[in-house]
Design a protein around this ligand. Sequence first.
Ligand code: G6P
Length: 612
Amino acid sequence: MCGIVGYTGHRQAAPLLVEGLKHLEYRGYDSAGVALIADGRIDIFKTAGKIAALEKELAGAHPTGRTGIAHTRWATHGVPNTINAHPHTDCGGTLALVHNGIIENAGVLRAALSRRGHTFRSETDTEVLAHLIEELHSKGDGRPLVESVAGALVQIEGTYGIAVVSTREPDTIVAARRGSPLLVAIGNEENFVASDASAVLAHTRSVVYIDDGEIAVVRPRDYRILDVGAVEKHKAVTHLEWDLGTIERGGYAHFMLKEIMEQPNSLRDTLRGRLLEEEGTARFGGLNLTDEDLLKIRRIVITGCGTSWHAGLIGEYMMEELARIPTEVEYASEFRYRNPIVDDHTLVIGISQSGETADTLAALREAKRRGARTLGLINVVGSSIAREVEGGIYLHAGPEIGVASTKAFTSQIVALAMLTLKLGRLRSLSILQGREVVRALARLPELVERVLQNAAAVEHIAERLLRAGNVLYLGRGYNFPVALEGALKLKEISYIHAEGYPAAEMKHGPIALIDDLMPVVFVAPRDAVYQKIVSNIEEVKARGGRVIAVVTEGDTGLAKLADQRIEVPETLDLLTPVLTVLPLQLLAYYIAVRRGCNVDQPRNLAKSVTVE
Ligand code: G6P
């Protein structure tokens, strides 16, 4: 999510690093920083906000140094400010480090390091790693940097892509990876490390991709890649042929497709470190509400806009079914102006990818003013809503660039499921039921992967819908909001009129529209309302309608009824939306592409709506 670039060679590092960071900016940023090795010391420059601000600071300081590392941050821990920006240093300022990923056991390590006399400057998980390396490298005749980094990494749990520099080895960068992308780029008497090839493409097209568990030692004239056992490996050099735009999109034609395909990993990141299988519940670092506070909640109001509002509807069904807490979902724009009834026994949950949507922010302010407890389910750390609420759950889905929300939606559902678990287990949800949900959540990323492998089948179906003027989406229960979301996706990016409806409500209106020119998409996994929706499909077929059905794998019953079928694996009812929405995201995407629409920036829409 964050971006890393490092340089060691014969040129001044600062301008090259800033230029590299600018190419990483598209990934989302909230702060940036550079560390340069010069004359036996490390000079650090950091700023909150855009790379341009860092560039300005560097221009004023005229720093020197031919080895350096740089970082653009998308916060996961701590507010986005200068102190929390990377690089981070050890106590003595001997070494500096940049890090992408999450260190899950940072809390425990931080406490132990503090007891051993280390002083922390930031709230980040990353700083822990700087102090761990310091213990091995910086004192007395400490170990070489590469050994110290390896020794520190075995102590941490979580994911990382890191680059480290030290005054003791002034022309060396040590880089390592577990779960966060990293590469070495090979130049002429100069070498780079980067989290993403776009940062170095202007200088070289020869790269070596670092794999999980490997450590790279990079110097101006050579580099070495070591495996887990510190044994040197010979790795193939890849010659990149992509242009810059393609690289930024990870090789995909559009950010939207990249973000759809990223969902197995964005969900892993949302779940990481939060499931407690034994206890059948979930834990969160930032709720800021005690179990006692949570037990006082008698009613929940979920609020948001657009796709986030749809996730809220799924949350309502989950909360009522499993946590047995009366729950309502309100459009933020309506809630804020209708004199809402809330008190200190009401929990108001705001859902927002950007954390900046003006109506959602205002709705939460209004709820707070009236004494309600407030939580945010937010993707952008340190955003306005995240700062407004008492506590919350960060989605950790990574930057979402495509205007039509995709991966944030599935992460929101998963975050809501975990919150439901927590609230439910404090009440009547049994440990056995809790464990069942935990297990199903843990398996979800793998199932998402399976659905996405079938993208070609969805593309094939999309071909037949290119000329539709209207499409109706129907679902029931947990999949009624998925019908709304499927219709929204199609409207947003392909400009085809689409409506989502609860399947049984169809007969109170939309059924009048059905003919062979209006395709009907049914979201019909085998869940508690399956039989009911089969009857609704029959009603459409009886009127000559064309049916596309999203069904559970192996559902041959519906094969006869539906004109086209898309299969998704089986999971618990409450989690089916995470799987059933995927083909609908893909369907909208492929239709829009074939119609020549601007998929990532549809007309009239904005990624973050900061006006009423
Ligand atoms: C805009 C975006 C939607 C998004 C909605 C809410 O309309 O185009 O994709 O769902 O805002 O945004 P939020 O950032 O609050 O989730």
